[in-house]
Design a binder for this molecule. Sequence first.
Ligand SMILES: *[C@@H]1O[C@H](CO)[C@@H](O)[C@H](O)[C@H]1NC(C)=O
Ligand SMILES: *[C@@H]1O[C@H](CO)[C@@H](O)[C@H](O)[C@H]1NC(C)=O
Ligand SMILES: *[C@@H]1O[C@H](CO)[C@@H](O)[C@H](O)[C@H]1NC(C)=O
Ligand SMILES: *[C@@H]1O[C@H](CO)[C@@H](O)[C@H](O)[C@H]1NC(C)=O
Ligand SMILES: *[C@@H]1O[C@H](CO)[C@@H](O)[C@H](O)[C@H]1NC(C)=O
Length: 233
Amino acid sequence: MAKAEQQVVLSRILLLLLVFHPQVNGLSNTEVDALYSLKSNLIDPDNVLQTWEPDNVNPCKWFHVTCNNENSVIRIDLGHASLSGHLVPQLGQLSNLQYLELFGNNFSGVIPGVLGNLTNLVSLDLYSNNFNGAIPDSLGNLSKLRFLRLNNNSLSGSIPYSLTYITSLQVLDLSNNNLSGEVPSSGSFAQFTPNSFANNPLLCGTLAAKPCPGAPAFSPLPPYAVAPTPMSS
Ligand SMILES: *[C@@H]1O[C@H](CO)[C@@H](O)[C@H](O)[C@H]1NC(C)=O
Ligand SMILES: *[C@@H]1O[C@H](CO)[C@@H](O)[C@H](O)[C@H]1NC(C)=O
Ligand SMILES: *[C@@H]1O[C@H](CO)[C@@H](O)[C@H](O)[C@H]1NC(C)=O
Ligand SMILES: *[C@@H]1O[C@H](CO)[C@@H](O)[C@H](O)[C@H]1NC(C)=O
Ligand SMILES: *[C@@H]1O[C@H](CO)[C@@H](O)[C@H](O)[C@H]1NC(C)=O
């Protein structure tokens, strides 16, 4: 083999090692770290996260985790798993995540704003937990989101207007919380009914089926807007 040819072969071998060796593949280690930080913050009485061990360098083999062909995490399925604890900001590093299914547990604390970084999310199901605090504005950046179910928690504060910009949104359930203020009715929200917002006694507006304080049920034009046009005689 000529020297130049040898070098080409060597550099190809090196490249293959870089791509396939799990210790060298930075992405998969970031994802292991993110998932392991989540586990470390949870109480798991049924041991559903038993396989989530950092020695197991390939998170794609962990139970309740699904990866794409590039060994990057695309799903976390932990519905009805008896888990308690908080979500960690490291979840924002799972950049290919499409499905975050954490419904029917006992998660508490706030919904971390970094979830707005997960721009590949298709489904964010956090319903039937004990989340409190506000819905982060940053969720409006989830431009591929189709399912957003945050119902049956203790969320408070107003509904971020940014959510109305998610044109892909098909299913929205914010019912059974303690949200307040006016429900936006424009953009993607135009397709939803009061069912999406039910049992939030402090919400108002058309989609809450309750007029906002100070807003008349029928809005007559304010007096200054109806200055009479002089009649020509
Ligand atoms: C979220 O995205 C912002 C802007 O791209 C970046 O500065 C930040 O580090 C990201 N956060 C996480 C946890 O990845
Ligand atoms: C739910 O989590 C709280 C702490 O946030 C804890 O006190 C409570 O025991 C948990 N309930 C169940 C059923 O795990
Ligand atoms: C949404 O993303 C844009 C850029 O992608 C960023 O500038 C902005 O801060 C993000 N919004 C929120 C509320 O995080
Ligand atoms: C949500 O809470 C309401 C009212 O307490 C209850 O009727 C409903 O079954 C709950 N839904 C879920 C999915 O937990
Ligand atoms: C609901 O939120 C309001 C503030 O917006 C607060 O005063 C009230 O205590 C909350 N109610 C419950 C049941 O958490």
